[in-house]
Design a binder for this molecule. Structure first.
Ligand SMILES: C[S@@+](CC[C@H](N)C(=O)[O-])C[C@H]1O[C@@H](n2cnc3c(N)ncnc32)[C@H](O)[C@@H]1O
Length: 273
């Protein structure tokens, strides 16, 4: 991989419409596949922690252990520190860093976790090698990523078909892989793991409240987030097309029979003891 791809652009940025989704996330709705393996004294690294709501939940689950949240964007770490502070957590800290070159010694963490991160990085196999390096022998690397091409909804909407096509093109132009969920197992094997448990899980948005929230944040992202700017600057869409896609999201959200499913791939990789 070239240096340019390793430093892929984070497609979404941290606009309020993006954080509306990230701050909704909990260990329960985003890391359930990992929770059964946690013990109270574990040391955890949460890579690409963003605003840190999952990180804070993990810290509460390891009261005798410690969690380090890491993100490439220093500004979002202030938000994560505030979340941890509001919850009175004392066993969590945050630092800036890049998953491709982690600034930790070998064999440091019992669990290395990344939620919705590898789809945005330029070299996911190298990232997984780094995650493996800083995991103790016998420890776990836990990764969950959505898979855009597998997202599905009802009723059919040509405008939302355009959204999906546009999003996947912009994410790839930024150096990421939007259909990451299906690839996690193959990336883990390529990174040298021999003990990989692969599964999948979904988020479903269907009630009036869920539809309003999900459609509203995607409509706003489509016209106002860093993604919108990159779609236009990269020549993938003009502002009028983005407004039409946002309108399609709002029309879907207003449909009483609306239903949307987000498929995620999940892997639990155990490092040889
Ligand atoms: C979709 S957000 C996920 C945030 C959080 N894990 C969650 O699920 O709510 C992806 C995060 O990964 C970070 N990120 C992107 N590329 C990264 C890299 N190479 N190293 C570390 N963090 C990165 C972004 O800054 C962003 O905060």
């Amino acid at each position: 991989m070239t240096e340019a791809r390793e430093t892929a652009v984070y497609t979404h940025g941290h606009h309020e419409s993006v954080l509306r989704s990230h701050t909704w996330r909990t260990a329960g709705n985003s890391a359930a596949y990992l929770l059964g393996a946690l013990r109270p004294d574990m040391r955890i690294l949460d890579i690409g922690c963003g605003p840190g709501t999952i990180t804070a939940d993990l810290a509460a689950l390891v009261p005798d252990g410690h969690v380090t949240g890491l993100d490439r964007e220093p500004a979002i770490l202030e938000r994560a520190r505030a979340v941890a502070g509001e919850r009175g957590l004392t066993n969590v800290d945050f630092s800036a860093g890049d998953v491709h070159a982690l600034d930790f010694p070998d064999d440091t963490f019992c669990v290395v976790h990344a939620h919705q991160v590898l789809q945005h990085v330029g070299d996911p196999v190298r990232a997984l090698r780094e995650m493996r390096r800083v995991t103790v022998p016998g420890g776990l690397v836990a990764v969950r990523d959505s898979d855009y091409a597998a997202m599905t909804w009802y009723p059919p909407s040509p405008g939302m078909d355009r959204w999906l096509d546009l999003y996947r093109r912009v994410a790839r132009a930024n150096g990421g892989e939007p259909d990451a969920g299906r690839r996690l197992k193959s990336w883990a094997l390529a990174a040298g793991f021999t003990d990989v448990t692969a599964g999948s899980d979904t988020w479903t948005f269907s009630t009036a409240r869920e539809r309003a929230w999900w459609s509203g944040l995607w409509a706003d992202r489509t016209v106002a987030s860093a993604y919108a700017g990159r779609a236009v600057e990269g020549g993938h869409a003009d502002r009028e097309e983005l407004r039409e896609v946002a309108a399609a999201w709002r029309e879907w959200g207003a449909r009483e029979d609306g239903w949307f499913s987000v498929l995620h791939g999940e892997i639990l990789c155990r490092k040889e003891a």
